[in-house]
Design a protein around this ligand. Structure first.
Ligand code: HEM
Length: 200
């Protein structure tokens, strides 16, 4: 869809989608005259100029803020351990790992299956799919590693020989990985929903 010579199709629409009512997308695509009306009413470059105006659905905005909060929460939890407050540390990190598991299961995995998986591996070279797939792969490893620490340290469900011995190394590695995944998630959000970062 072109308005004033610029393609203003929302970024969360997969690049090759042509449907006006796309079953793969979060939002209905606007028809030509609707896009023209938007362009006339709001100025062609408004979306491109307003930094915080994104094409993201509210759920994605909410998840973005929640995930940043959880990333900061893990740093706070790590500090609790450094201060020797291990009980609070354990509660804090466990709650975040479990809350994240729920967020990933309810929002990210369904989105990945609909928007990304059908185009993998054919379109992995495109940032839209490549970023999301790298994020999902690292995210899966990180969440599983977080759950493994939680089960090893906080429960007795794992047999002795499967439990972690080098807790510090595991916890530090997962914290670093978590932030890498978080940054990849933010990059995915930016590629999918923030038009002016990627439009020429
Ligand atoms: C530690 C684990 C993870 C963290 C911290 C994380 C963080 C984030 C963040 C901050 C966003 C941007 C907000 C949004 O667009 O909704 C995002 C989006 C996304 N993530 Fe994750 N994520 C994790 C795991 C995963 C996993 C395991 C998958 C898939 C198997 C995944 C797939 C996606 C997809 C497809 C999106 C775009 C969702 C959409 O906007 O429709 N993520 N993630």
């Amino acid at each position: 869809m072109f308005v004033g010579g610029t393609d203003v199709r929302p970024l969360h629409v997969p690049p090759n989608c042509q449907n006006e009512f796309c079953p793969l997308c979060h939002a209905r695509l606007l028809s030509n005259h609707e896009w023209n009306a938007v362009g006339t009413l709001r100025g062609d470059n408004l979306l491109i100029e307003a930094f915080f105006e994104t094409a993201a659905p509210r759920a994605a905005d909410f998840v973005l803020v929640l995930e940043i909060g959880m990333g900061i929460g893990l740093l706070v939890g790590a500090r609790l351990a450094r201060k020797g407050r291990f009980r609070q540390h354990a509660w804090c990190q466990s709650a975040i790992v479990l809350l994240n598991l729920a967020v990933v299961a309810v929002t990210m995995i369904p989105s990945f299956r609909v928007h990304v998986l059908p185009r993998v591996p054919a379109k992995l070279g495109k940032a839209y799919y490549g970023l999301a797939t790298t994020h999902a792969a690292f995210g899966t490893v990180t969440e599983l590693a977080g759950l493994y620490i939680l089960l090893s340290a906080g429960t007795t469900v794992l047999p002795e020989r499967l439990r972690i011995t080098k807790y510090k190394t595991w916890m530090r590695s997962v914290l670093v990985l978590w932030w890498v995944v978080l940054l990849l998630g933010i990059a995915t959000y930016a590629r999918w929903y923030v038009p002016h970062l990627f439009r020429k």
